[in-house]
Design a protein around this ligand. Structure first.
Ligand code: ARG
Length: 572
């Protein structure tokens, strides 16, 4: 159990025993070291409800509070805060448990079926910088939720359907006949542009493209086969990126918009039967009173266009029906750009109204901000185009290679290449994950690749430094007891023992930056400990215990970075 939960339960019991059974204990990590390690802030609220003096109530609560074996000092501060100082022996036990277990001693959650939908690119175009954040954040959420014991299902809701695929397939057929398809498909964007040009300039081509759309939607085998080929080629581009970026996504996770095609007329009919549809200028619309504009008119969630075509929204309703009905999810995380937030609010509201999203199913849009250039506008190439992800990833690796080569010129070439990959990709991921996902941020190579501050290179380097201790300690006994006496030992041990608290908080909030701040704090506290408490110069039990603290630090950094999809290195 997390320490926070453990203490919370005890304080809640004490509050109940002191006559405030329903008062929330409000236990949090202490905001300052003077306030101990945890604070219980619920007494003031409880006293107010009971119309009693908060300090007097705090005294009663402390008298009933059983923290034996957990805390060695509990005191009242200010108007009725309770400050809790963890017992060094308790901390030592937590650190030992972490060392003895692959999952660092965490208590796994009662397993739920959790979906993380991420990446979800439109297959007509090449992956660009706009796809970076969702990929990185989604992947971290997959890893964290699996780590704490959930059954995690990845979904890649690719855009593989719609009118533009008629045009793309027509162009594929045409350029193949001219013997140039393979060359062209190397660059999807060029291919897309050429198709669009053909479509705009040649009416015969446009007719063919429209004919293909109709055939595609009516299930014509020949056109479907061509479409399959196009989708496969485009997915191969994506897979190459996923691999380079170290994402877990693979072909098995792809369930594109086309998958829901057969359900679309069915679900629109159901909406009609449920009385939720209104015809508006030939389109089928769900009006939502929940979302009114300034004029007080309800929002229109269009599910079928005039002429019968279906939309993005319709497919998303189909996906909900499948995710609830067939996948049987308890929780669904849609990792998608925040600019789509209104779409998801309306989507979930419509699905609830239709009865497709049961009370217990927790469907959330996990929005994220945009990557900005130095001018504060979305980052683009000089000529104003989207930056291709392949190029961005290559640049990250080559910049890291320069860096590693200048720091460590004696390393073998192959080793430098390997380090550069871990550092370059790690830096890119960490720069993103270390910021709150809700806000935009300015992209900056120098700060993300810096060896100082809250960066991946700093943490990767910190890890190698901890590991280097073990190369000089051949007497290390991995079964030794942990003994905590010095303040720097205690501070490090408190942080190490809080790993479980943090991982669960990240899973709850889908905010990976909490884990980044945590790991940065662990690395910083390790440096302080390393300076204040000599390891290799100490002897006997103290030396072994300090080596254990170092081992637990390394394990925490490695596991924590692993949950962010970032590799550690033995040397760099
Ligand atoms: N393909 C969409 C786009 O590129 C994103 C899909 C997000 N997921 C969803 N279930 N709507 O904008």
């Amino acid at each position: 159990m997390t320490i926070q939960q453990l203490i919370n339960d005890r304080v809640a019991a004490a509050l109940a025993a002191a006559g405030a059974p329903d008062a929330p204990a409000v236990v949090q990590p202490a905001s300052k070291p003077e306030f101990g390690d945890y604070q219980a802030n619920g007494v003031m609220g409880a006293a107010k409800a009971l119309k009693t003096n908060p300090r007097a109530l705090a005294e009663q609560v402390i008298a009933k509070l059983d923290l034996a074996g957990i805390a060695d000092k509990v005191e009242i501060a200010g108007p009725g805060f309770i400050n809790i100082h963890l017992d060094p022996a308790f901390l030592a036990g937590r650190v030992e448990a972490a060392l003895a277990d692959d999952a660092l001693g965490i208590t796994k959650a009662a397993s739920k079926k959790v979906m993380v939908e991420y990446s979800s690119v439109n297959l007509a175009k090449e992956m660009h910088i706009g796809h970076l954040r969702g990929g990185i954040i989604g992947d971290a959420l997959v890893r964290v939720n699996s780590f704490i014991g959930h059954d995690v299902i990845r979904q890649n809701h690719v855009g593989d359907w719609g009118t533009q695929f008629g045009m793309l397939v027509a162009h594929m057929v045409e350029s193949r006949a001219a013997g140039e398809a393979d060359f062209e498909l190397k660059d999807l964007d060029v291919f897309y542009k050429h198709s669009k040009k053909r479509f705009d300039e040649d009416p015969a081509f446009a007719d063919l493209a429209r004919d293909y759309v109709v055939k595609l939607q009516s299930g014509d085998a020949e056109v479907l086969e061509l479409w399959h080929q196009f989708v496969a080629l485009s997915l191969a581009h994506c897979n190459a990126i996923y691999q380079k970026l170290g994402l877990l996504l693979n072909d098995g996770d792809v369930r594109g918009e086309s998958f829901y095609n057969d359900d679309l007329p069915v679900l629109v009919n159901e909406l009609r039967e449920k009385g939720l549809l209104t015809e508006d200028q030939g389109a089928q619309v769900v009006f939502l009173d929940e979302f009114k504009n300034k004029e007080g008119e309800p929002a229109a969630f269009i599910v079928q266009k005039q002429g019968g075509g279906y939309l993005y929204a319709t497919t998303d309703l189909g996906a909900i029906r499948f995710r609830v009905g067939t996948l049987g999810l308890d929780r669904a995380l849609y990792v998608v750009d925040s600019r789509q937030s209104l779409h998801f609010q309306q989507l979930f509201t419509t699905a609830r109204k239709a009865g497709w999203l049961p009370e217990g199913a927790d469907f959330e849009h996990i929005g994220h901000g945009t990557i900005m250039g130095p001018d504060g506008k979305p980052l683009k190439t000089r000529s104003g185009e989207n930056i291709k992800l392949v190029e961005l990833l290559d640049e990250a690796i080559s910049r890291a290679y320069q860096l590693v080569s200048s720091k460590n010129p004696d390393l073998a070439e192959a080793e430098r290449r390997q380090i550069a990959e871990a550092v370059g990709i790690g830096a890119l991921k960490y720069a993103d994950l270390s910021k709150s996902r809700n806000t935009d941020y300015i992209f900056d190579w120098d700060s993300m690749l810096s060896f100082e501050g809250n960066t991946a290179p700093y943490l990767q380097y910190a890890y190698t430094r901890v590991q280097s201790v073990f190369r000089k300690a051949d007497d290390f006994n991995p079964a030794a007891r942990v003994l905590i006496t010095e303040p720097a030992e205690k501070q490090l041990a408190v942080a190490l023992a809080q790993f479980e608290d943090v991982v669960f908080a990240v899973a709850d909030s889908s905010q990976p930056h909490h884990l980044c701040s945590y790991l940065y704090n662990v690395a910083t506290l390790f440096s302080r400990f390393y300076e204040a408490c000599p390891i290799l110069k100490s002897e006997g039990d103290v030396r072994q215990s300090r080596l254990q603290l170092a081992a637990a630090t390394a394990k925490t950094l490695q596991t924590g970075l692993g949950l962010l999809g970032i590799a550690v290195l033995e040397t760099m």
